[in-house]
Design a protein around this ligand. Structure first.
Ligand SMILES: NC(=O)C1=CN([C@@H]2O[C@H](COP(=O)(O)OP(=O)(O)OC[C@H]3O[C@@H](n4cnc5c(N)ncnc54)[C@H](O)[C@@H]3O)[C@@H](O)[C@H]2O)C=CC1
Ligand SMILES: O=C(CO)COP(=O)(O)O
Length: 329
């Protein structure tokens, strides 16, 4: 819809024939965002060749679990000149790779420097209503980032650029873990102080792992860091927040995922963070406790007690020396 607002002809690819027919016939997608009337500039197809043949740019938004499969289908139809932008928030489950790494592997022959990632606080339910939204697009190639910015920026969808692909991808993925925790905390009635603690200490964990993976720490004070963390931990639209709140009501993880009927990226990302934090030797107490609640049957109340009674630490632990100084010896 954003691209169509900018006057572009948009070809929407779906593997679901019935959905394709409905979009072309009714200009609606009744399963997702059913209220929205789609622009006549948007057409749908289930043919990847048709979708990519004339494409100046492609925005890939498959769930992280489907990214490799979708990218492998794109490969044979993708032109070298096409700008590839992804907006997926997660890691590949087995390999723990970021989405631009998966795309670079699958789209062999395509210049990986030209890959871009779009992220930031942007619930689709509000974007489609043209409510003011700010996002960030990152690419190691300045020209590719500015091309994506140019394609996507509208008066209601403001796009910033950033060269830090790792930071933008890691921030967008890891905030979903904290959103699950915020939903649990709200569902259990822990209150506003607890939620502020989760966001703040959650951001510290995100930045610690992100920096170890090569991100610029400043990215986490931007739209893909604090921005997306705030929206996902506080919005009624967030599937991750809702999943946490449903778990707090006593529903099992299977029941929650079944009822949601949409991807809850934070579940697999919690597993990825559990492994990544060990690989990079990073302390992530909130992500670890959430892992135990989701996968080891730990009671959320016990998880909170363990977080509160952890050994004493410095607030800026693990950050660079200048942040730690402040009192002399
Ligand atoms: N919904 C939102 O507001 C936002 C979502 N995202 C990210 O976008 C990604 C996708 O999320 P949503 O679209 O919201 O999820 P969704 O669950 O609403 O839709 C996912 C779509 O992908 C399709 N799909 C799943 N596996 C597929 C496969 N193997 N091949 C082809 N299609 C497949 C499904 O049929 C469905 O149409 C996630 O990483 C999410 O974090 C990012 C920003 C905002
Ligand atoms: O990333 C999002 C908003 O920026 C969407 O979050 P959920 O997947 O939790 O709905």
């Amino acid at each position: 819809a954003v691209l169509a607002d900018n006057g572009h002809q948009v070809m929407l690819w779906s593997r679901n024939e019935a959905q394709v027919e409905e979009i072309n016939r009714d200009r609606r997608n009744s399963r997702f965002l059913s209220e929205a009337e789609l622009s006549p500039r948007i057409r749908a197809t289930s043919s990847m060749q048709e979708a990519l043949d004339q494409a100046e740019a492609v925005v890939v938004v498959a769930p992280s679990s489907a990214m490799r499969e979708v990218a492998s289908q794109m490969k044979q139809h993708l032109h070298e000149r096409t700008t590839v932008i992804h907006a997926t928030k997660g890691f590949e489950a087995g390999s723990l790779k970021r989405m631009t790494e998966v795309l670079a592997e699958e789209l062999s022959g395509y210049d990986p420097k030209r890959l871009a990632v779009l992220s930031g606080p942007s619930h689709a339910e509000e974007v489609i209503q043209r409510r003011p939204t700010t996002v960030v697009v990152a690419s190691v190639d300045k020209e590719a980032a500015e091309k994506a910015q140019d394609l996507l920026i509208t008066p209601s969808f403001r796009v910033y650029t950033n060269p830090d692909v790792v930071g933008v991808e890691v921030g967008g993925a890891l905030k979903n873990i904290i959103a699950l925790g915020a939903g649990l905390s709200d569902g259990l009635g822990f209150g506003d102080n607890a939620k502020a603690a989760l966001l703040t200490r959650g951001l510290a964990e995100i930045a610690r792992l992100g920096v170890a993976m090569g991100a610029n720490p400043l990215t986490f004070s931007g739209l893909a860091g604090i921005g997306d963390l705030v929206v996902t931990c506080t919005s009624k639209h967030s599937r991750n927040w809702r999943a946490g709140a449903m778990l707090a009501q006593g529903q099992t993880l299977e029941e929650v995922l079944d009822r949601m009927g949409m991807v809850v990226e934070g579940v697999k990302t919690t597993q990825a963070a559990y492994r990544l934090s060990r690989q990079y030797d990073i302390t992530m107490p909130i992500a670890d406790e959430l892992y135990r609640v989701l996968f080891d049957g730990k009671q959320p109340k016990a998880a909170v007690e363990d977080l509160m009674e952890r050994g004493r630490t410095h607030e800026m632990e693990d950050l660079a020396e200048p942040f730690q100084s402040g009192w002399a010896n």
